[in-house]
Design a protein around this ligand. Structure first.
Ligand SMILES: O=C(O)CCC(=O)C(=O)O
Ligand SMILES: [Fe+2]
Length: 357
């Protein structure tokens, strides 16, 4: 790898971003940390979890293996950053892919309203799913004002609430409440620009991130935009927790790693759940005809769900006019515009979206 991309300096992080975003020639990935290989990389250390924070039964209900079996890692130099290498039970990832994709009723073969039909036609040759870029959940995020809204709220999905609560508890955050979510939909040429997630009002709560489908390169930087960064793979089922000193670090997704032509789905997605999961299970078997559509989509795509607690204990939203951050007040845009082109999932291009689970 070119020495310049690991140098410390004014724009080391931007250089790293550009390096992995490059298509021609494609970057090599030898310096990308792969947590699925465990402690092989000297930067990777074991992370302590709270194995008794959730019972085996609770974990099972949320589609997770018992916490004792999770492989959780930290990264040298990034206190508070926890990477859990696919802790999902075999078969349960299909549920999450389907939940993230059911925003397009049309794919389920349901009748489209004439309005939907019109939007569908406008989408041209691409299906609505192919054009979908993001979805917000709970307290919906406003990309223009960079605030969450008390008024613009829909109940947070119960299954994702449970999953998030358990993952946070296992990581030592017993009082975490999922209040807002952003789902990002990446096609093979998508990227997400360098940003910090700072719009939540309580930064003592962790930020959780769940990935499904194709592998991405994720970049973790420092507290300053120009700080150097570390590249890591996020595979299907991997969970990332940004907490403590890592909660407000710059990060980005420069590229989706192309699967070899003709490759099957990522292995954890090949399997479905049994007909009859536990009665109170939060994850459900995906019907064959639904999975067919999901599988076709996820073969070339990645979905990431980030879950946030917006308010601290006893906190409430300030009046709208005092809450609005201007770029100069915050010093930062949320998802920056990428001057290099390509398809960046930044808010200015966030047209193809919806706001429901
Ligand atoms: O897709 C990812 O891994 C990161 C998403 C993210 O950073 C965000 O939604 O704020
Ligand atoms: Fe983010």
């Amino acid at each position: 790898m070119a020495a310049s991309i690991v140098e410390h300096g004014e724009d080391a992080f931007r250089k790293l971003f550009k390096f992995y975003k490059r298509r021609n020639p494609p970057p090599d990935f030898i310096d990308v940390v792969d947590f699925s290989k465990g402690l092989k990389n000297e930067k990777v250390v074991n992370a302590e979890l709270s194995p008794t924070a959730i019972s085996r039964n609770d974990a099972h209900i949320a589609g997770l293996q018992p916490v004792q079996e999770w492989k959780a890692f930290g990264l040298r130099g990034y206190p508070g950053f926890i990477f859990i290498s696919n802790p999902f039970l075999p078969g349960s990832q299909q549920h999450w892919v389907k939940q993230c994709l059911k925003v397009d009723r049309a794919y389920l073969g349901e009748e489209r309203t004439s309005d939907e039909e019109q939007r569908f036609r406008k989408a041209g040759t691409k299906t609505l799913l192919e054009k979908l870029r993001w979805v917000t959940l709970g307290y919906h995020y406003n990309w223009d004002t960079k605030t969450y809204s008390a008024e613009h709220y829909t109940p947070f999905p119960a299954d994702l609430q449970t999953l998030s609560r358990y993952v946070a508890a296992a990581c030592g955050f017993s009082a975490f409440t999922a209040e807002a979510g952003i789902l990002n939909y990446y096609r093979s040429d998508s990227s997400l620009g360098i940003h910090v997630d700072e719009s939540e009002l309580d930064h003592t709560r962790p930020l959780l991130s769940f990935s499904f489908g194709q592998t991405a390169v994720f970049l973790l930087g420092g507290t300053k935009r120009e700080d150097p960064g570390t590249a890591m793979f996020m595979h299907s089922g991997d969970i990332m927790v940004m907490s403590g000193p890592s909660r407000l670090l710059y990060h980005a997704v420069p590229c989706i790693v192309a699967a070899p032509t003709g490759a099957l789905l990522p292995p954890p997605l090949l399997q479905g759940l049994d007909q009859s999961p536990l009665e109170d299970s939060q994850v459900h078997r995906v019907k064959e005809e639904d999975w067919e559509v999901c599988a076709k989509y996820i073969q070339t795509s990645r979905i990431n769900m980030t879950v946030r607690q917006v308010l601290g204990l006893g906190q409430s939203f300030p009046p709208a006019e005092t809450q609005r951050q201007t770029p100069s007040a915050s010093g930062e845009t949320y998802h920056e515009v990428d001057p290099e082109g390509g398809e960046d999932l930044n808010p200015k291009k966030r047209k193809n979206s919806t706001e429901s689970w």
